[in-house]
Design a protein around this ligand. Structure first.
Ligand code: ADP
Length: 398
């Protein structure tokens, strides 16, 4: 009897142990399964984060603006391609501090201000460079986590160097125009006042003064005309209408117009262009180019010189030259004379009625024909201005 009870108890114990073992195994299997699921979820989450980050970086990298994200410890978390370009960074700044990566105290200050003040708006950062100083507009904002804890700072950089340059060009232009207008006006006013004060009663003085007033009003007229021409050319209002034209005939027309002025200085004007050279050009505009170049030759040459207009045709088009045996142009001024209002000798140019805009107009018209203009000159040995007119289907180079 006891044996039977003992056996039954032993069997019950074994059964319980087997059950417990099975349950533990099942629980372990379930834990393993859950672990695998958690791992898979974590991996998936990592993929999603990586994908989001790659997506975010692709957006950042396609932006023209430079983007910099710094974490709460001041270390760089993200820097897009534009930023690397703007700062000429050769290696990725990832993980570095702002000072380590950029060596710019001002940038560190902006980051710290954004930390403290939440936003920094339209700060202009000046970056000195070997070739040019660059200007970047920086907007910065603190980044907060969802629990409103500070996570870092995002800085957005916009290159405004070109805007600054244009602003300076505009300011210089306005200052130059005002100066150019004021000089003859002051002189005219002075002469008129002297005439009114009594000089008008002396006929010889009055005539001399009136001639001077006449000269300065002419200067004002030329200036306004040149300014209007330049403004029309720059705004694209004047369309260059190219048509086949005999170049030699066009040059003859311009030289005829300037003949009497040249004769006053005993200057000879020569046209060496082949009579059958036809170019596809806007005749009115090209006359203006030749007029300005020959007129300069007359203005700046000493009496008794010669001005020669020649052309060389080639399959690419033609190169036209206007040469004088005048005073020449210093080497350092040769690239600048095509700028508006640039003159080698201000007083001399004004005295000759120059507006300082003639060569700028020449450059615009030549460029509108698809060509380029340059000068070759040695001080004391004259100047030769060259410009090209590229061939188009209608050009007939010989
Ligand atoms: P400007 O009205 O003063 O002549 P331009 O734009 O035509 O203005 O020329 C700019 C400057 O280039 C002139 O002031 C002058 O100093 C110089 N220059 C132009 N052509 C000649 C030339 N043929 N010989 C010497 N200097 C010249």
């Amino acid at each position: 009897m006891w044996i039977a009870i003992s056996l039954l108890l032993a069997a019950a114990c074994v059964a319980l142990a087997v059950r417990a073992h099975r349950q533990r195994r099942a629980a372990e299997d379930r834990i393993d399964q859950l672990r695998a699921e958690i791992y898979a979820l974590q991996e998936k989450q990592k993929d999603v984060i990586a994908e989001n980050r790659a997506h975010q970086l692709a957006i950042f990298n396609s932006m023209v603006e430079g983007i910099l994200i710094v974490d709460e410890h001041g270390r760089i978390q993200t820097a897009n391609k534009s930023l690397e370009r703007l700062f000429n960074l050769s290696t990725s700044p990832y993980g570095k501090t702002v000072m380590e990566a950029f060596r710019l105290h001002e940038l560190l200050e902006i980051t710290e201000r954004a930390h403290k003040e939440d936003v920094v708006r339209e700060h202009i950062l000046t970056i000195p460079g070997i070739q040019q100083t660059r200007f970047l507009e920086v907007n910065a904002a603190a980044i907060h986590s969802y629990q409103d804890q500070l996570d870092g700072v995002i800085l957005i950089f916009h290159d405004i160097t070109r805007i600054k340059e244009l602003e300076n060009i505009r300011k210089d232009f306005v200052a130059n125009v005002s100066h150019e207008l004021r000089t003859p006006l002051t002189l005219i006013k002075g002469y008129v006042e002297t005439l009114l004060d009594g000089a008008k009663d002396d006929p010889s003085v009055a005539t001399r003064f009136l001639q001077t007033i006449h000269k300065h009003t002419n200067r004002l007229t030329f200036l306004i005309e040149d300014l209007l021409t330049l403004s029309r050319l720059e705004s694209g209002d004047v369309l260059v209408q190219r048509q086949p034209n005999l170049l030699a005939d066009l040059i003859d027309r311009v030289l005829d117009e300037l003949q009497s002025v040249a004769a006053q200085k005993n200057i000879t004007l020569q046209n060496l262009i082949a009579s059958d050279l036809t170019l596809d050009i806007d005749a009115d505009r090209l006359e203006q180019v030749i007029y300005n170049l020959v007129d300069n030759g007359i203005k700046y040459s000493s009496p008794g010189g010669t001005i020669t207009v020649a052309a060389e045709a080639n399959p690419q088009g033609a190169t036209i030259s206007v040469a004088d045996d005048g005073p020449g142009i210093p080497h350092e001024a040769q690239s600048r004379i095509f700028e508006r209002f640039y003159r080698v000798d201000r007083a001399r140019s004004r005295d000759q009625g120059g507006t300082g805009l003639g060569l700028a107009i020449v450059k615009h018209i030549v460029q509108a024909h698809g060509g380029k203009v340059w000068v070759q000159s040695e001080l004391g040995h004259g100047s030769t201005f060259f410009f090209t007119i590229p061939a188009s289907s209608d050009i007939n180079p010989r």
